[in-house]
Write a protein that binds this ligand. Structure first.
Ligand SMILES: Cc1cc2nc3c(=O)[nH]c(=O)nc-3n(C[C@H](O)[C@H](O)[C@H](O)COP(=O)(O)OP(=O)(O)OC[C@H]3O[C@@H](n4cnc5c(N)ncnc54)[C@H](O)[C@@H]3O)c2cc1C
Length: 384
């Protein structure tokens, strides 16, 4: 199926990432999860391999490849370790692409080559304690003071934020006492007034870095604003559409990783004198998993391919993210069932895959929000 959307270059990249994930990530993934340890060495190696800036234009130090290539990379990484995959995906889709999409030439030259090479990591702070799905309820303020802004507020659940060199964040822009809309800023993470909380203790994605951030009278130059004040909301909506394709790819990888392990186990484990895949109930589970994964993969690569054709993909990205994340939850649940009691203990990877799957229905827009987006899009276009 991959060949429908893949060129030879895509296949070469996929095979390279698959080998890297198998040889370098798989052997350590369980331990990183157990210890909640950030995969610093793996991120460095991914930088050396040119994976930290796949969709970034070559003129800014990226690989200049397309969304299909990027989605395929995230998928292969997630088959080994979702924490590594989300580290790369958040860095690329959230940390880097908003600067590529909306940055000035000076901002792009300052940050993007370092991000694309993996020299520094990127993060994006949109969610606040009181503004998640309802991102428009952002309470963080940026008050204009001459050629500077003074930022106060907080963000929550920000991936990579404790490891990042650069952070983009959204805030209500206030000029002369008037609200100007939600804008975005890109700042170095050593900016005075930025307070980074300890790592969250999470159910899954345990090796990935997730933290709360506080802005306490944080003064930033006006030229750190990303786009115009009134464009901030548009910037992050665009960012989220691209990000959804990568999270959908991550979901397919998570589902496929669990499925492949269950398939293998079913050929080894015996009960009542035969291999368990010979029981129809197990064989049918595997058949359903494989079918769902294939369908999710098609949605992901179709959305990625459409984006690469310059088409509007709000609906397609939301469909891919919704479907693939639910497939990941179902497939990881079935993978545990196929492993029986062994699936419930940490000795086997499927327990980690199951814990890693749940957040896919929450991050980058919950399943409810994806349904909202899809329903708006289909109703808007009804009868056209
Ligand atoms: C591990 C992790 C990493 C994350 N990384 C980042 C990051 O890097 N950057 C970032 O900015 N954010 C990040 N997030 C935040 C994530 O995007 C939000 O958690 C998510 O958007 C949901 O927001 P919320 O948690 O406030 O839930 P809420 O918005 O409070 O939702 C609670 C429930 O209400 C439902 N709901 C809300 N509104 C509606 C509606 N209109 N219709 C129907 N149902 C509705 C939701 O679907 C959900 O079931 C991360 C989250 C996690 C857990």
């Amino acid at each position: 199926m991959d060949t429908l959307f893949f060129t030879e270059e895509h296949e070469m990249l996929r095979d390279m990432v698959r080998d890297f994930a198998k040889n370098e990530i798989e052997p350590v993934a369980g331990k990183l999860d157990e210890q909640g340890k950030f995969p610093t060495d793996i991120v460095r190696q991914m930088g050396d391999l040119g994976l930290m800036g796949i969709p970034v234009p070559e003129q800014y130090g990226g690989a200049g490849m397309d969304t299909v290539a990027y989605a395929s990379t995230v998928m292969e990484l997630a088959k080994a370790d979702a924490s590594v995959a989300i580290t790369l995906a958040a860095h690329t889709s959230l940390g880097t692409m908003p600067i590529v999409i909306s940055g000035t030439e000076a901002q792009k030259n300052k940050w993007v080559p370092k991000l694309a090479s993996g020299e520094i990591l990127g993060a994006f702070g949109l969610t606040e304690p009181g503004a998640g799905s309802d991102a428009g309820a952002t309470k963080t303020t940026a008050v204009k003071d001459g050629d500077k802004y003074v930022i106060n507020g907080s963000k929550i659940f920000i991936t990579n934020s404790g490891e990042a060199g650069v952070l983009s964040l959204t805030a209500q822009i206030i000029e002369d006492g008037q609200k100007k809309g939600i804008g975005a800023f890109t700042i170095p993470t050593d900016t005075q007034g930025l307070v980074i909380a300890p790592k969250e203790k999470k159910m899954g994605w345990r090796a990935s870095d997730t933290r709360q951030l506080f802005f306490e009278d944080m003064v930033v130059p006006a030229n750190t604003m990303l786009g115009k004040p009134e464009d901030g909301f548009k910037t992050f909506l665009k960012t989220l559409v691209g990000g959804r394709i990568s999270v959908a790819a991550l979901a397919v990888g998570t589902a496929e990783g669990a499925y492949l392990r269950a398939l293998q186990y079913s050929t080894e484990r015996k009960a009542f004198g035969k291999k368990i895949h010979r029981f129809q109930s197990i064989g049918f589970k595997l058949a359903d998993m494989a079918t769902q994964i294939e369908a999710a993969k098609l949605l992901v690569f179709h959305a990625a391919w459409m984006k690469d054709q310059g088409k509007e993909v709000t609906k397609e990205a939301a469909m891919a993210k919704l479907f693939a994340s639910e497939v990941a939850m179902d497939a990881t649940t079935d993978a545990i069932q196929i492993h029986g009691g062994y699936g419930y203990v940490r000795e086997y990877d499927v327990e980690r895959f199951f814990r890693d799957a749940k957040v896919l229905e929450i991050g980058e827009g919950t399943s409810e929000i994806q349904r909202l987006v899809i329903s708006r899009e289909i109703i808007k276009n009804a009868g056209k």
